[in-house]
Design a protein around this ligand. Structure first.
Ligand code: SF4
Length: 704
């Protein structure tokens, strides 16, 4: 029997819509036809991250659960139509196909595609399912588009990647804050008071963004640079720090290596060149660097604006070089933060969904790591497949018909990948596509089998927020209709594939307990974290190697870094511009990003009436002079064209954007999907696509 929200007094849960993981209480109201009283009162409850605040997404996070479009039973394709089916039939079709494809073409003809909104337990199990139940090396997830540049940069520089190296509570202690390519006011709004508190305490805030965003409104200095030039800017700032002797020689000598080579590399940089390349005034670059260098404490944040570039890895490393050169890490009010976007963007990348990683951030290439995980899983290490490819590269393999069967869980790759037309073409011709989702997303619409899954209020699991704090989210409602948990689906499929003995789990907690063992001794060590502990303590930072050790402080790198010698590594990496630069045919640079009212590809938020009403159609921001040049009126439909494809959106003319830049939100599919035009060129270091640097043209639809 379904327990609905209305049958409960109130429910306490966590908002699923971003990496802050604010706690919410939802209380149904007694219906009263005579008033316009809302059916639910939604309040924030203080937790360590949000201090009781909620943004508009959290206030409406209950709506999509009750959407009439919610999938409540499995669907299978018959005579071209998706029709209702039993679980037995739907899962039988998937396992039959997997077995047949594996027999005909080998295990690597099957691909798995996960998501950064899955709980740690589901993400962990998806990785295990790929490697143990199927034996395929092809697994990756949408977090590749989210964090991969910052993750690879953090790994190389510090030896481990954790979103924030400090805690949110350190923000008000920072005397200089650099927000590079992160629009926190729209993407993680409940964090803004941390920054305003820092400002009240005297912090100098620098925002680096081609757009004058809501976040830029709190900046003391806004560096409105050309898209794709962040790496050069960071090196320019480092040059100033070196020239002005604003470095920390003691920290450099005692805690790092590689500085001499970096110094040599940076000394060749001319600030005039940096100013020209970035489109900024030399004086502003100087001012920003001096403000950061002179401040006693400071934190640098980056997000997708810096990371979603073809040299995003290098750009983040250059910012990390600044952190190390000034010794601003491992102490209160200091550090670096990659501001994760997805609900479980941090945890989702730690436990084996990524093609090159095993649980606990273990490497799939490392013999010892393979042995440890194989022992926990009860298999021979030789049975563990090797490294696969990144999310977009998997889509290319689908298009080339090398991957013939694909299971997508908690993701909408048709909308979220760059070069969306190629992805759609690939999925249209793939031999078999199964999708597990709450809704008939743009990807699910194309599937042969669609599996209805439970939502955040209906399943148990842990999520790791942007600080690296593990939080338990327990189910509050019974699953509606015939929906099942992601992990239940994987367990049942494994049994049908003859591998059920490796998936004996009866609860999310049982999976978590295995994850703890698999991560034990790894970089992201969860061994000391238990459900009981999470219930008592509310949230626990990793690394947490022991159940009886004290509460982890959350501050990373106080005494040493995670490299074998305990030192952080400077690395001089020349920046490289994207292959595609503006030209006569495609004269403008397109960037994309998030809106306050939407989450990811909008599958859930476009089905939340209050959120959907805020932005019915997608749009493009362009500068008044750009609009004049291309004869575009405010509010009219325009077509954006690139070498990949085109999409149509409404124009919004604003002087808050650079003249050479266009901005389009990323939450719409079909004809309004910005990714029909984005570039699939990948960063060679982390395989992040260059979402932020595609070159395009724009025409009013009336003239198209
Ligand atoms: Fe909090 Fe993020 Fe949800 Fe907004 S979207 S309520 S900031 S968790």
């Amino acid at each position: 029997e379904r327990t609905t929200l209305n049958e409960r007094g109130h429910v306490d849960t966590q908002c699923p819509f971003c990496s802050v993981q604010c706690k919410i209480r939802i209380t149904p109201q007694i219906p009263d036809a005579g008033t316009r009283r809302p059916a639910y009162v939604v309040e924030g409850i203080p937790n360590a991250a949000s201090e009781g605040r909620l943004c508009v997404k959290g206030m409406n996070a209950h709506q999509h659960l009750m959407s009439p479009e919610r999938l409540l039973h499995p669907l299978v394709r018959k005579d071209g139509q998706l029709v209702r089916a039993s679980w037995e039939e739907a899962l039988g079709m998937i396992s039959d196909n997997f077995l047949a494809v594996r027999q005909r073409h080998g295990a690597d003809a099957i691909g798995l595609y996960g998501g950064g909104s899955l709980t740690n337990e589901s993400a962990y199990l998806l990785g295990k399912f790929a490697r143990v139940a199927l034996g395929t090396k092809y697994i990756d997830y949408n977090g590749r588009f989210c964090m991969s540049a910052a993750a690879s940069a953090g790994n190389k520089t510090f030896g481990v990647d954790r979103g924030l190296t400090c805690r949110l509570s350190d923000i008000p202690l920072a005397r200089c804050i650099i927000l590079a390519g992160t629009n926190i006011a729209e993407c993680q709004p409940t964090l803004m008071p941390y920054f305003t508190r820092a400002k009240e305490n005297g912090a100098f805030i620098i925002v680096i963004d081609p757009r004058e965003t809501a976040t830029a409104a709190i900046a003391d200095l806004h560096l409105q640079l050309k898209p794709g030039t962040d790496a050069a800017l960071a090196n320019g700032m480092l040059k100033v720090l070196l020239d002005e002797k604003l470095t920390d020689p003691g920290f450099i000598a005692g805690r790092t290596r590689g500085f001499a080579a970096l110094e040599e590399h940076i000394s060749a940089i001319d600030l005039e060149d940096v100013a020209k390349l970035t489109g900024l005034a030399k004086e502003d670059i100087h001012k920003a660097a001096v403000a950061y260098g002179k401040a006693a404490t400071g934190i640098i944040f980056t997000a997708r604006g810096v990371e979603q570039q073809t040299d995003g890895h290098v750009a983040v490393r250059n910012f990390l070089n600044m952190v190390l050169a000034t010794g601003k890490i491992g102490k209160p009010g200091c550090g670096y933060g990659a501001v994760t976007g997805q609900g479980n963007g941090q945890g989702g990348r730690e436990h084996g969904q990524k093609s090159d990683q095993l649980p606990g951030y273990r490497s799939i290439d490392n013999e010892e790591d393979r042995k440890h995980v194989a022992a926990v899983w009860g298999i021979d290490p030789a049975e563990l497949p090797g490294k696969g490819v990144s999310a977009y590269e998997m889509m290319e393999l689908v298009h080339r018909e090398e991957i013939r069967s694909l299971l997508v869980m908690g993701s909408n790759p048709v909308v979220s990948n760059p070069n969306a037309d190629l992805v759609e073409e690939g999925l249209a011709k793939v031999e078999f596509l199964a999708v597990a989702d709450m809704f008939l997303s743009e990807t699910a619409r194309m599937a042969d089998v669609v599996l209805p899954v439970t939502a955040y209020l209906e399943n148990d699991g842990t999520l790791t927020n942007l600080e690296g704090r593990v939080l338990l989210r327990e189910s509050r409602l019974a699953p509606p209709g015939e929906t099942r948990h992601d992990w239940e689906i994987l367990g049942e499929l494994a049994a049908m594939l003859g591998k059920g003995r490796y998936f004996p789990f009866e609860s999310a907690e049982a999976i978590f307990n295995e994850l703890r063992e698999a991560s034990r001794g790894g970089l992201a060590d969860y061994y000391g974290i238990t459900y009981d502990r999470l219930r008592k303590e509310g949230g626990v930072y990793w690394p947490c190697p022991s159940t009886d050790s004290g509460v982890p402080s959350g501050m990373m790198f106080e005494r040493s870094f995670a490299h074998a010698d305990g030192r952080a590594v400077f690395f001089p990496v020349p920046s490289r511009l994207p292959q595609e630069t503006p030209d006569g045919d495609y004269p403008l640079t397109l960037t994309n990003g998030r809106l306050l009212s939407h989450y990811l590809t909008g599958v859930q938020t476009r089905r939340s009436p209050s959120l959907a009403a805020r932005n019915v159609d997608n749009y493009i921001e362009l500068h008044p002079r750009t609009a004049k040049k291309y004869k575009i009126e405010d509010g009219e439909w325009v077509e954006i064209r690139s070498r990949r494809g085109s999409f149509q959106v409404k124009s919004r003319i604003t002087d808050k954007i650079r003249e050479d830049t266009l901005f389009v939100p990323m939450h719409w599919g079909d004809a309004q999907n910005v990714n029909k035009a984005t570039s699939p060129e990948l960063d060679p270091n982390c395989k992040m696509p260059g979402f932020k640097t595609s070159t395009v043209s724009i025409v009013p639809l009336r003239l198209a």
